[in-house]
Write a protein that binds this ligand. Structure first.
Ligand SMILES: [Zn+2]
Length: 643
């Protein structure tokens, strides 16, 4: 097997393992950095190699995992227009060498190949043979120079792209085929994105997709339907629409928007993303966090055997009241209440918690900077709740904001404060919230952190040293409606092995998806708390579907909300939809986890009506004066029995 074949497999393997980030534009960046439009951009490989290398370096530093060679227009027919047809080999070889020098073993190098400029009518004529030869010549040089893959891009004549794919296939490298759509989202002959996708897959492309032609919205619209063909899809949008400012084309899309765009694409099942004309290292940096959050599936196998030998020192039923209920298979209900924004006033959440407790809700979940928003620490709120109400909350711990050490001191600190119930989650990247410049740490993901806490419960710290054992009950998350469903199920089984005691799901709105999930996870033996988020309105439904990672709302549900909203009964319908899910699977689950929209906890009570019974909480009033009862495990073991 040749070297080329080994590297090719590496690229295809990388795609299978998680999202891949390409770089952004080279041409428009060269222009921005002083190369004139009438100059041949590819000739700068020879005339200004340092400028080209700096662009590659900037993209690598921004997080790009694939660097594209500066060879887009370096086929014989295009170079002829600049009287450079004698330098085809030199220009293409230097393009690859410059990219490879910067990529090292940190990134893949894609050999960029653009169209020859031939139109459909000429393709069948003698000029078609010239185009065939020009593409074959360029591709063979790029492959020989050592690219990891060939990226055919910005083709608008489908037949030319199909021809290029068949040529590239003969060189046994992975082939990416990108079609450029018209502004109306259709091909030059009116083809739909799905049809184009089918044709490219049939031609033998390993990756299909679209670049250029439009901004993020347009690229989203054309690439998301391509996913259903079953090939990995690459989407590369322009940095918005070019606007002529004093005779120059300026691309106006805000780099910030590219993080939202990246998330939407990945959510829709697109696995490879990058930028086209007008994008800069800044745009790529914004996309990197979304990619980072959704990658890292490869860490999972580490230490699995070792971790499984660690036994908790304290049985689940003795770790907390919540743990006791779970271990006895009692139906449990939790409602999510979050720290207020822009205020220190906890009186509302305290009175809400008291009302929920009186109504019979088992506990409350407190999220950790949900949607990357700025709020007081949830640990502080959990402590106040534990002191001032009868409820021992569940503390969410997300891996976004704290380093490997920071997470651990945070969790051990929570233990000292009496917090025993945790939900371990990886967390939304900061780029999707209002503070995109905050860094997403992600030293660990949820599986790794679960494993660390499993060790704590067994009295062993991550370095293998003995320590005083903890008594945590650990929940984990799962997404029954995940696009990459198989991966989600695989991850859940790894989470279970890593020490999760139960799973709290993302909201589900589709009965089939829910049943399938419960069926497929039954063998894990993990108690399931069904996540429910009663929709507040039609607008709320659309927003959640489009913007919140892990939430897919079927169109028939959105339609039900739209109709109900017309009669001013949106919220009522939202509760009804949530209850239908709960009623359907009540005997197969361990409990319900309600995330009321906009903190409207009354909606949670409507959903749970009939599943919970009011409790007399007056007998617990002494908790306010009894500091030992802050510690849930003490509460269970001594004088303060809680029903
Ligand atoms: Zn472009």
């Amino acid at each position: 097997m040749s070297i080329t074949n080994i590297t090719s497999n590496r690229f295809l393997e990388a795609i299978a393992n998680g999202p891949i980030l390409f770089d952004g534009a080279i041409g428009t960046l060269l222009y921005e950095r002083g190369v004139f439009l009438n100059q041949c951009f590819e000739h700068t490989n020879l005339s200004q190699p340092n400028l080209v290398k700096q662009i590659h370096r900037d993209y690598l530093n921004a997080g790009a995992q694939v660097l594209t060679s500066n060879s887009f227009g370096a086929n014989r027919m295009k170079l002829k227009k600049h009287q450079l047809q004698n330098q085809v080999e030199e220009i293409n070889r230097s393009a690859v060498a410059l990219a490879k020098e910067i990529a090292g073993d940190q990134a893949f190098v894609a050999g960029s190949v653009g169209p020859t400029g031939i139109d459909l009518d000429d393709l069948a004529q003698e000029k078609g043979i010239e185009a065939y030869n020009a593409l074959k010549e360029q591709i063979s040089i790029l492959v020989d120079a050592g690219v990891d893959l060939i990226c055919l891009e910005t083709f608008m004549v489908l037949q030319e792209l199909e021809m290029a794919v068949s040529i590239a296939k003969t060189f046994h490298v992975p082939v990416v085929a990108l079609y450029t759509f018209q502004e109306n989202g259709l091909g030059k002959e009116g083809q739909t994105p799905l049809l184009i996708a089918q044709r490219l897959a049939q031609a033998g492309a390993d990756v299909i997709g679209s670049n250029c032609g439009g901004g993020p919205d347009m690229i989203f619209d054309v690439t998301s339907p391509m996913v259903q063909v079953g090939k990995p899809v690459l989407a590369q949008a322009n940095g918005g629409r070019p606007e002529l400012v004093e005779g120059r084309s300026i691309y106006t899309a805000n780099p910030e928007f590219f993080s939202v765009f990246a998330r939407r694409l990945l959510k829709a099942g697109v696995r490879l993303i990058g930028g086209c004309c007008g994008t800069t290292p800044d745009h790529i940096r914004k996309m990197a966090a979304a990619v980072k959050m959704l990658s890292k599936p490869q860490i999972e196998e580490i230490n699995e055997g070792e971790a499984s030998t660690q036994q908790p020192k304290i049985a689940l039923e003795n770790r907390s009241h919540f743990g006791e209920l779970i271990s006895k298979s009692k139906f449990v209900c939790s409602v999510e209440l979050n720290p207020p924004m822009a205020s220190f006033d906890l009186s509302k959440v305290i009175s809400a918690t008291q009302k929920l407790a009186q109504a019979g809700v088992t506990t409350i979940n407190i999220a950790d900077g949900p949607r990357a928003s700025l709020r007081m620490s949830n640990l502080a709120m959990a402590q106040v709740i534990a002191q001032q109400t009868t409820i021992s909350p569940i503390l969410h711990v997300c891996c976004r904001d704290r380093s490997f050490l920071g997470l651990q001191s945070h969790i051990l600190g929570a233990h000292v404060m009496g917090i025993r119930n945790l939900v371990i989650i990886t967390g939304d990247p900061p780029k999707i919230g209002p503070y995109p410049h905050s860094s997403g740490v992600y030293d660990m993901d949820s599986i790794e952190l679960l494993r660390v806490i499993k060790g704590y419960n067994a009295g062993i710290d991550p370095s293998g040293k003995e320590m005083e054992p903890t008594a945590f009950v650990c929940a984990t998350g799962a997404e029954p409606a995940a696009i990459d469903y198989e991966r989600e199920i695989k991850r859940l089984s790894l989470k279970q092995k890593a020490g999760a005691d139960l799973v709290m799901t993302q909201p589900v709105y589709d009965a089939d998806q829910l049943e399938r999930f419960l069926q497929d996870t039954q063998n894990l033996g993990l108690p399931v708390m069904l996540g429910l988020c009663p929709l507040a309105s039609y607008r709320n439904a659309v927003f959640l579907d489009q913007n919140v990672p892990g939430m897919q709302i079927p169109s028939h549900i959105i339609e039900r909300m739209r109709l109900a909203d017309l009669n001013g009964e949106g919220a009522k319908e939202g509760v009804k939809i949530a209850r239908e899910m709960l009623d359907l699977v009540q005997h197969k689950i361990q409990g319900a986890y309600i995330m009321p929209p906009f903190g409207k906890y009354e909606l949670a009570l409507d959903v749970l009506n009939g599943y919970i019974e009011p409790v007399d909480t007056s007998k617990h009033n002494h908790h306010h004066h009894c500091t030992c009862c802050v510690d849930d495990s003490v509460r269970n073991l001594s004088h303060c029995s809680k029903n």
